[in-house]
Design a protein around this ligand. Structure first.
Ligand code: ZN
Length: 194
């Protein structure tokens, strides 16, 4: 299992370098992808970017498993446009916003452990990238899939979700679960004003 670094490590604030097709096919990177997948499952998380395990490379893995959805109501899943998403590897991505939205929901980060906050994100995006076989692919995503892609691709450019967070909503995960998880985000924002 790989160690996930926390905010304050410089690697999280650097622009990661791109990988060549030959590097992607190397045993070293293939092993890294497998280890990142296992680390993401163990965390557990819906995405993990290479800078989060201390590697300044433009590589991220994502997967949103159905079992993670059991904590949300059908209505919450629908509002978030959150559906199960198979394992996906994103390398050297170029992201284009298709629908700016924004959609604003609470999210957390494995590198900012123990805290969550509301983050406005584009509703739909297109990502041109390479996959784990160094093949060029285009991903068009909406809702939670689009949110995960934006979050992970931000990591590859040295951004962490707190950079985009509505800071008054920053709170411990524990307090989010205790007070706010079933409150509509607009109402939460309102309640947290002075
Ligand atoms: Zn993160």
């Amino acid at each position: 299992m790989l160690k996930i670094v926390q905010v304050g490590e410089a690697v999280l604030r650097q622009r990661a370098r791109e990988l060549s097709p030959a590097e992607i096919e190397s045993a070293e990177i293939q092993n890294l992808i497998a280890a990142m997948k296992e680390t993401m499952y163990a965390a557990p998380g819906v995405g993990l970017a290479a800078p989060q395990i201390g590697e300044s490379l433009q590589l991220a893995v994502i997967e949103d498993r159905a079992k993670y959805h059991q904590l949300l109501s059908p209505r919450q899943l629908q509002e978030r446009e959150r559906v199960p998403l198979p394992f996906q590897v994103v390398i050297n991505p170029k992201l284009t916003v298709l629908e700016a939205g924004p959609a604003t929901f609470f999210e957390g980060c494995l590198s900012f452990s123990g805290f969550v906050g509301a983050v406005p994100r584009a509703l739909a995006v297109r990502v041109e990238c390479l996959n784990e076989h160094a093949e060029a692919i285009v991903i068009e995503a909406r809702g939670w899939h689009a949110r995960i892609l934006q979050h992970e691709i931000d990591h590859l450019h040295g951004h962490v979700c707190i950079d985009r967070m509505l800071l008054r909503t920053l709170m411990t995960s524990e307090n989010y679960a205790r007070y706010w998880k079933d409150v509509p985000v607009a109402e939460t924002l309102q309640s947290l004003q002075p």
